[in-house]
Design a protein around this ligand. Structure first.
Ligand SMILES: NC(=O)c1ccc[n+]([C@@H]2O[C@H](COP(=O)([O-])OP(=O)(O)OC[C@H]3O[C@@H](n4cnc5c(N)ncnc54)[C@H](O)[C@@H]3O)[C@@H](O)[C@H]2O)c1
Length: 313
């Protein structure tokens, strides 16, 4: 499958094409990007990490180093989904530009339009090695470099007991969650090393990779592999100044999970009872951890639980 890039609409035309002046698209029409209100959160983030940026500009390769000096380009796989979209919002609030990649072409294009200035979309199946390589090249051509990769795409609704799950279903999970994560990591790592980009990779793992739940072992073992892949990539890429970490959430109340496990349902109560902090995570609990690890300059090879203490219980 060939990747397809949906750019932000050009100013004044509303049509797809190479990035022009940024516009916000909404029910009230287009708004020039320079009317965007100043973002307090971005200021706090920049101050915390001693990062200075000229909004909208891309740093020349020779200026890229352990300190980010300009607007970063963040590639987020599974960007049309609940957590991916929340991660995109957090990076946009930090002053970055985001490229959402997802196999659901319509949903990812719509998500980029909803997110507004700074967001664009690619239709991409992460299990298609040739399409992944082409997509990385396209994003690099459009934006100069990929500074941060968030490997967020995953299959999480295919489950079954060990004695019942079909090998075909397990293979589907493995292909997306492990092989897909590997394929995108490899392509972006090649891009970063070739361009001298001292970037960051953040994988979205799961606390289930460390704590089993009956019936969910296929998914959980794939996330244990993502944690291992994180350490593998971290040790090999450290010499190039590329950091690789993971965030391992417990259950997260995405729109999908909220619908499947409504407030007051026995399923919601059962999960909450396993979590010392007494509630499931919101997307806004997870996204800041991803932004933090993307900018934490002396952290590599960790998988950070965002689980309300579930591992303690
Ligand atoms: N929601 C949770 O409770 C939870 C908990 C821990 C970890 N996670 C992890 O967070 C990540 C995001 O989960 P979510 O809850 O937002 O799920 P989601 O289903 O809302 O989003 C996943 C996205 O990945 C995309 N995707 C799936 N296969 C793909 C492929 N081959 N190529 C490209 N895109 C593909 C889907 O189209 C979807 O948009 C997953 O890796 C998941 O395992 C989720």
């Amino acid at each position: 499958m060939r990747s397809q890039v949906f750019h932000e609409p050009r100013a004044n035309t509303g049509t797809a094409g190479p990035p022009g002046p940024r516009v916000r698209v909404g029910t009230t029409g287009t708004v020039p990007a320079d009317t965007r209100p100043p973002c307090v959160r971005r200021t706090v983030f920049l101050r915390s990490y001693n990062i200075t940026r000229r909004p909208g500009a891309v740093a020349p390769a020779e200026q890229r180093g352990s300190t980010v000096t300009d607007t970063r380009t963040i590639l987020i796989t599974g960007g049309a989904g609940g957590i991916g979209r929340g991660i995109a919002e957090a990076f946009l609030a930090a002053g970055d530009r985001v490229v959402l990649a997802d196999r659901d072409a319509d949903a990812v294009a719509a998500a980029a339009v909803d997110l507004g200035p700074g967001a664009s979309a690619i239709a991409l199946d992460i299990t298609d090695e040739a399409a992944v390589a082409a997509a990385v090249e396209e994003v690099a051509t459009d934006h100069g470099t990929i500074d941060v990769l968030v490997n967020n795409a995953g299959i999480l609704s295919l489950h079954g007991a060990l004695t019942e799950l079909s090998a075909a279903d397990y293979e589907t999970i493995v292909r997306v969650n492990i092989l897909g994560t590997f394929t995108v990591t490899q392509a972006v790592a090649r891009h970063m090393t070739a361009t001298g980009t001292r970037g960051a990779i953040v994988n979205i793992s799961s606390i289930g990779g460390r704590q089993p739940t009956p019936g969910m072992g296929a998914y959980e073992s794939s996330k244990a592999a993502v944690d291992s892949l994180t350490r593998w990539a971290a040790i090999e890429l450290a010499g190039a100044g590329i950091r690789v970490n993971a965030v391992a959430p417990g259950p997260v109340l995405t729109p999908m999970l909220r619908a499947g496990m409504p407030e007051g349902s026995p399923e919601r109560a059962a999960w909450s009872s396993r979590i010392p902090l007494g509630r499931l995570a919101e997307v806004t609990d997870v996204a800041p951890a991803v932004v933090f690890l993307a900018g934490a300059e002396h952290i590599t090879g960790v998988s950070l639980p965002v689980d309300g203490g579930q591992l303690l219980a």
